[in-house]
Design a protein. Sequence first.
Length: 114
Amino acid sequence: MTTPRPIEMGVGTLIEYRLRLHGVPVRWRTRIEAWEPPHRFVDAQIKGPYSLWEHTHTFEEDGPGATMIRDRVRYSIPFGPLGELADRLLVRRDLKQIFDYRRDAVARELLLQD
């Protein structure tokens, strides 16, 4: 991540990342398109590996002291049939691993706060 932390979030906030995807360095920039705490926020890619990336994060009360976190990602891969192949072989699996990791990291963080 290259954006200084902590990040002051709001509509228009830009977040810049540097990461490696299968060993390939990638620069990625997203912008917060919607900021509606405590219910949801949306980030969209403005520069990066996807031809479309829109990630909606929603937070719903789920009983006393509990919150359900949901993610909806709309994405598209460039490069036509080659991109479709990459999606089937790599991208879907990578996204699942990323969101599984985040789920586990959030759970660990919440357990540490108890």
